[in-house]
Design a protein around this ligand. Structure first.
Ligand SMILES: NC(=O)c1ccc[n+]([C@@H]2O[C@H](COP(=O)([O-])OP(=O)(O)OC[C@H]3O[C@@H](n4cnc5c(N)ncnc54)[C@H](OP(=O)(O)O)[C@@H]3O)[C@@H](O)[C@H]2O)c1
Length: 324
C-alpha cells in the first residue's frame, strides 16, 4: 500500500451496524474516518456517543451529492433497505473508483456487484469496487449448509431466532421491547428476503422461518438437512472442520452453540451435528452476532480484502477454528 491511510465514510452511522462500523474503523491502522452521516445526530460529536472513537469528528446530515462530494476512498452504506440507490448513483457519477460496501439487501442480487461472504466467495473477488454485504441470517445459514451442499436430498429447513437489534432502530413490532417481553415473534414465514438470498447463492431452495426474541443481539439458526446418503457423526464433523480449517471467523464446535455466548464476538459458531437414526437426517446449529459477523465485521473483512490489507485487520479474532 502506497498511501498512509485510506479515508472511509459511513452513511447511516447512527444505526446499530453503523455504530459497530465506527468501532472497527477507528481501530484500523490503515483507515481514517472521513465522515459519518446521520440526520438525527447532525452536529453532535461522535466521541459523545460511545468510547470507540476519540477524535473530533461530528455526525453530519449528508445527502447523496454531499456524500459523493466528500471524496472518500471508501463509502460504507448502512442504510435501511431500499435507500442506497441515490448514494450509489451519485458516487457512480462523481467518483466511480470509490469502493462502496452496501450493508442493505439492495444489491445482493445484482450480478454487477461482488457478494462478499469471504469464507465462501473470497476466491471470486477480482477487484470489484461495488460490494454487497450479505444478510445476517443469510451468512449463518450459508455457513451452516455449505459443507453439506453436495449431499443434500432436499431443501434445508432453517428455524431462525434473532435478537431485536436485527430489526434496526426504526420503531416496529420487531424491536418493540414491550411486545417482545416473554415473547417469540414469528414473521415472514415464507419468502423472506434471506430465504431468497441463500437459495440464490447456494443454488438450492432453502426454507427459512424467522423469529424475533427479547434479547438484543445474536442469532441462532437451527438447520434441518435431509441427505442423499447415510453418514456417520465423525464424517460430518470432519467435513465441517476441514471446510473451515484456517478460518478464524468460523468456529466448528461440538455442542449446539448458544446465542448468549456469541454476543459481542466476531465469529460464527457451527455445531450440534445431531444425526437422526439411519444417518440421513442431520441437524446443525449456527450462532452469530448479527451486528458483527452478520454485518460490520463482514464489511470490515470485505474492505480489507478490497484494499489489500490482511483480512482480519482491526477485527479481534483470537479464536481457533475448532474446540477440539
Ligand atoms: N441490524 C442487523 O442485524 C443487520 C445485519 C445485517 C445487515 N443489516 C442491514 O444493514 C442496514 C443497516 O441496518 P441497521 O440495523 O444498522 O439499521 P438502523 O439501526 O435502523 O440504522 C439505519 C441508519 O440509516 C439512517 N437512515 C435511515 N433512513 C435514512 C434515509 N432515508 N436516508 C438517510 N439515512 C437514513 C439512520 O440515521 P438517521 O435517521 O439519523 O439519518 C441510521 O443511521 C440495513 O439495510 C439492514 O438490513 C442489518
Amino acid at each position: 500500500m502506497s498511501k498512509q491511510k485510506f479515508t472511509l465514510g459511513i452513511v447511516g452511522a447512527r444505526g446499530h451496524t453503523g455504530t459497530e462500523l465506527i468501532r472497527l474503523v477507528a481501530a484500523h491502522p490503515g483507515l481514517e474516518l472521513a465522515f459519518v452521516s446521520s440526520r438525527e445526530l447532525d452536529g453532535q460529536r461522535v466521541a459523545d456517543h460511545g468510547d470507540a472513537y476519540a477524535g473530533e469528528l461530528r455526525y453530519e446530515s449528508l445527502d447523496a451529492a454531499a456524500v459523493a462530494g466528500k471524496g472518500a476512498d471508501v463509502v460504507i452504506l448502512a442504510l435501511p433497505n431500499g435507500k442506497s440507490a441515490p448514494f450509489v448513483q451519485a458516487l457512480d457519477e462523481a467518483r466511480p473508483d470509490t469502493l462502496i460496501v452496501d450493508l442493505s439487501a439492495d444489491y445482493r442480487f445484482d450480478p454487477g456487484w461482488y457478494y462478499g461472504l469471504p469464507e465462501i466467495t473470497r476466491g471470486d473477488y477480482a477487484g470489484q469496487r461495488r460490494i454487497a454485504n450479505p444478510g445476517c441470517y443469510a451468512t449463518a445459514m450459508q455457513l451452516a449448509i455449505w459443507p453439506m451442499l453436495e449431499v443434500l436430498a432436499g431443501p434445508p429447513q432453517c428455524f431462525g431466532v434473532s435478537g431485536y437489534s436485527g430489526a434496526g432502530t426504526t420503531p416496529s413490532d420487531k424491536n418493540n421491547t414491550e411486545l417482545l417481553r416473554d415473547n417469540l415473534m414469528p414473521y415472514s414465514l415464507v419468502d423472506h428476503l434471506h430465504e431468497r438470498e441463500v437459495s440464490a447463492r447456494l443454488g438450492v431452495p432453502v426454507e427459512f422461518m424467522p423469529h424475533v426474541a427479547p434479547h438484543f443481539r445474536g442469532i441462532t439458526v437451527t438447520v434441518n438437512l435431509w441427505l442423499t446418503e447415510a453418514v456417520a457423526p465423525d464424517w460430518v464433523r470432519a467435513r465441517y472442520v476441514q471446510r473451515y480449517a484456517g478460518e478464524p471467523l468460523v468456529r466448528v464446535v461440538e455442542q449446539a452453540p448458544w446465542v448468549s455466548r456469541i454476543a459481542g464476538r466476531h465469529h460464527v459458531e457451527v455445531g450440534g451435528f445431531a444425526l437422526a437414526p439411519g444417518g440421513k437426517r442431520l441437524v446443525v446449529v449456527a450462532t452469530e452476532d448479527n451486528l458483527l459477523k452478520g454485518a460490520a465485521t463482514q464489511a470490515m473483512q470485505n474492505v480489507n480484502i478490497a484494499l489489500g490489507f490482511a483480512e482480519l485487520t482491526s477485527i479481534p479474532a483470537d479464536k481457533e477454528n475448532s474446540d477440539g
